[in-house]
Design a protein around this ligand. Structure first.
Ligand code: NAD
Length: 501
């Protein structure tokens, strides 16, 4: 590439669907003249007319000026064939998600555009390396993966294939920044960053449902309690189970059927039955006229149960949160910071933070509770007593958690409960991605916060929790389930060793 600066360069967007129009809008807003091409006759014109309507609505709401809307539209020109686009210095492709179609398009484009024209693909799941195969200049092809809706979502994954020229990736990175986006570099591997690291958010929830651990509404409540805007079940309903299942399946296949990415029978059955989520009116929840969401419940903490002795075990954020809760509740308590578990000893019974072992494995006097990412009051928190616990201890443990400000939700005694096992798996997947050079830790944190609105990134959670705690939990899950799914990433285990050194 002779000149790396793509800012303001004339460009072509191919595919005038939901993504292509969004990309054309953002580029035109940043001052580019944008040619818009679609294989379906009249589709580019229709897409521009639809964009005009939505810009008009934005003008009506005072979000943009009438002048800005006029300028954006004036810069977008529908074209009939690729041959009209010989002046383009950048092409962004957003056509059908099909390798052969994308390859054919780029090969045709190479015979039309100049040698310094950068070719970018918005593919969400196809290998950038594979798309570049057969090009005369494969170094000029790069992934520019936007998120939907393009004008609102900040993240752009800048995906380098095996042959992508580093200068081309840097040029797209700089351009994305200029467009007001937050670009993150990624290596072309299945799912890139977000679609890979996010898999456990869905997979662990579906696994818990398969195990009958609890109901979708309880899972979602626990995640909102952990600071997520949407629980996994309502999110899968929104994405559409067919789409979510297809992405999971493609990541699974692309990883040579690695069990860690295995799709779920629960979701497969929903897809087979046409329970696709919002778009079909029924998923985990109903969205018809009678499908109103249950009203939010208000939380009132009861008094702490009457106890003889109370002791906070362990160190770290969770131990401090428990100590602060007890102090607020006016309780007298001792501390054992050097304990090998974290939680409360209540009259010789243990209410302990899950470490990936079931409460029942400790005998009758134990109950386990979930990882909390947010301070109470009112945050939903999963917990489970031992199967052999006395009814009196079950009642006392529940009241104790509620008195500390948690909206305690009893679930089946499942190892790692809800948030802890999933966050551990998100950290594990992110660690693996970094270990394999897919992205940096900072890139993973940025991508998950900007691409799927997580309240924090996996490496921020890792810093709070500590690698030893995460690995211990995963090893316990691995021992319990005995499969490939919970194996610890070498990258994460290395962190434990580094910490111990
Ligand atoms: P879409 O179906 O809304 O639009 C695709 C458009 O491309 C259609 O208008 C179609 O007529 C046109 N098209 C198909 N083949 C063509 C060809 N050979 N030449 C020219 N035009 C052609 O799809 P979309 O949701 O906008 O997705 C487009 C791409 O963006 C896909 O690769 C998809 O994986 C990716 N993507 C989608 C999302 C999303 O949430 N929808 C997010 C990120 C990336």
């Amino acid at each position: 590439m002779q000149d790396n600066n793509l800012i303001g360069a004339p460009m072509l967007v191919v595919g005038a669907g939901i993504m292509g129009v969004g990309i054309a809008q953002v580029a035109a807003q940043a001052g580019h003249s944008v040619m818009l091409l679609d294989a379906r006759g009249g589709a580019a014109e229709a897409a521009k007319a639809k964009l005009a309507q939505s810009l008009e609505a934005l003008v009506g709401k005072g979000k943009i000026s009438a002048e800005a809307a006029t300028q954006i539209l004036a810069r977008i020109a529908p074209v009939a064939t690729v041959h009209d686009a010989s002046t383009a210095r950048l092409v962004v492709e957003a056509i059908v998600e099909n390798l052969d179609a994308k390859r054919a398009l780029f090969q045709q484009l190479e015979s039309v555009v100049g040698p310094d024209c950068v070719l970018a693909t918005n593919t969400s799941s196809i290998s950038v390396t594979a798309i570049a195969n057969g090009l005369q200049h494969p170094g000029r092809l790069v992934g520019m993966h936007f998120f939907n809706p393009v004008p609102l979502m900040k993240l752009v994954e800048v995906v380098s294939g095996l042959q992508t020229d580093a200068a081309v990736a840097e040029a797209i990175f700089a351009l994305s920044k200029h467009w007001g986006k937050a670009p993150v570099h990624a290596r072309s591997t299945p799912g890139f960053i977000v679609n890979r690291i996010a898999r456990p958010y869905y997979a662990e929830s579906l696994a818990l449902l398969q195990e009958q651990a609890t109901a979708p509404a309880v899972l979602d409540a626990c995640w909102r309690g952990a600071g997520f805007r949407m629980g996994p079940c309502e999110l899968m309903d929104l994405i559409g189970h067919d789409t979510n299942f297809a992405v999971t399946q493609s990541v699974f296949e692309a990883n040579f059927y690695d069990k860690r990415y295995a799709p779920s029978l629960v979701q497969r059955e929903m897809v087979d039955g046409g329970l696709l989520g919002r778009k079909s009116g029924q998923g985990f929840f109903s969205y018809g006229p009678d499908g109103a969401k249950p009203a939010a419940t208000t939380f009132t903490a009861p008094a702490f149960p009457a106890v003889r002795t109370l002791c906070v075990h362990g160190r770290g954020a969770m131990a401090e949160r428990l100590a602060a809760g007890l102090a607020t509740a006016g309780q007298v308590f001792a501390r054992v910071p050097d304990s090998d578990w974290i939680g409360l000893d209540i009259d010789g019974h243990h209410l302990q933070l899950t470490d990936g072992r079931a409460a029942s494995s400790f005998g009758p006097k134990t109950a386990v509770f979930d990882l909390t990412l947010q301070a109470p009051p009112g945050a939903a928190l999963a917990w489970a007593p031992s199967a052999s616990a006395s009814p009196a201890w079950v009642a006392q443990a529940a009241q104790g958690l509620q008195a500390l400000g948690f909206d305690a939700r009893q679930v089946a005694d499942t190892p790692g409960l809800v948030v802890a096992r999933t966050v551990a798996m998100l950290i594990n997947e992110a660690s693996d991605a970094v270990h394999q050079g897919v992205c940096t830790a900072q890139g993973a944190d940025d991508a998950m916060q900007l691409g799927v609105n997580y309240p924090a990134g996996p490496f921020q959670w890792l810093a709070q929790w500590g690698a030893t705690g995460v690995v211990t939990l995963l090893d316990h899950l691995d021992a319990h389930y005995r499969g490939e799914r919970y194996r610890v990433s070498p990258g994460l285990r290395h962190r434990v060793w580094q910490h111990a050194a």
